[in-house]
Design a protein around this ligand. Structure first.
Ligand SMILES: [Zn+2]
Ligand SMILES: [Zn+2]
Length: 285
């Protein structure tokens, strides 16, 4: 049975459920383009008790006979997250039931849950869909040599994942992945960073990956970047463009770091100095 405590939306043929992987300790110091005190004030105004905490969501999509997982959480790496497995079971899904994993990108908090302690696939029957540029980036030795040593571990993890699922990897080719679901390239955070858009029946949903890590701060000020962005300028441009589109279309949005409500609308904020900003409108609970 479905656990009623999981946020869920019906999008045409598909039921989309936000499944928490838990939290990841972070710091507002990772942000650039904003004073730390201003960032902290936005978090306080939003009523957040732990302003430096980042919550991790994964999404389960069921419909058309398919059971699809979008991202896999940390798998417990770095003492963060790791709750997806038990939440998946509470939602009535065993790992072997997953037929497709859609990846937004290959950071550890999105792919860590794909491998067990022996680096074997946790989802043995799943095809893994990913942007070709994402695989290319993490496999590139010259890119790995450009980053600090602790970030090189991310390359090694991505490579272990790509190897473990080598026979099951599917690279985007522009076609629909499933009828009504297609990938949306949102580069900058990583080169192949992508969202997934569902258009089914009269409903639409955009799962936009890591467009924001601190939703209140980065929607109010879309120019704010985070240290995890591979290309902060491209990430900022992508964030501004997709936020404007989401607001214009009144699109329902889901994000991996949106917090437990899982789904929200992006509303334009009017500010006295005409800077462009948005408000993340979560559903009233
Ligand atoms: Zn990321
Ligand atoms: Zn992330």
């Amino acid at each position: 049975m479905n656990n009623p405590s999981f946020a869920s939306r019906q999008i045409g043929d598909f039921t989309v459920t936000a499944l928490s992987d838990g939290n990841m300790a972070a710091s507002l110091d990772l942000l650039s383009g904003i004073e730390a005190a201003d960032a902290a004030q936005i978090q306080r105004d939003a009523g957040l008790a732990e302003p430096g905490n980042i919550h991790i969501n994964c999404y389960l999509i069921r419909g058309q006979g398919r059971i699809i997982l979008v991202d896999s959480g940390t798998g417990g790496l770095n003492n963060s997250g790791g709750k997806l497995g038990e939440n998946l079971r509470s939602a009535g899904v065993a790992p072997e039931n997953i037929d497709t994993v859609l990846l937004t990108h290959a950071h550890p908090d999105h792919i860590g849950g794909l491998l067990d302690a022996q680096a074997q696939p946790v989802y043995p029957n799943a095809e893994i869909h990913i942007h070709p540029l994402e695989a290319e980036y993490w496999r590139d030795d010259s890119k790995m040599m450009q980053v600090a040593e602790h970030r090189q571990r991310n390359f090694l993890l991505a490579r272990r994942m790509l190897t473990a699922y080598a026979a099951k990897l599917k690279f985007f080719d522009g076609a629909e992945i499933v009828k009504g679901i297609r990938s949306v390239w949102l580069p900058g955070h990583t080169p192949g960073h992508s969202g997934y858009r569902i258009d089914s029946g009269e409903q639409s949903l955009l799962i936009w990956g890591d467009i924001v890590h601190f939703p209140h701060i980065q929607s109010a000020q879309p120019g704010v970047s985070i240290a995890f962005d591979c290309d902060p300028v491209q990430a900022e441009n992508t964030r501004k463009t997709i936020m404007a589109q989401a607001a214009r279309e009144n699109l329902l949005v889901a994000g991996m770091h949106f917090g437990e409500p899982g789904f929200a609308h992006i509303l334009p904020l009017t500010s006295p100095d005409n800077t462009v900003g948005y408000h993340v409108a979560y559903p009233k609970s």
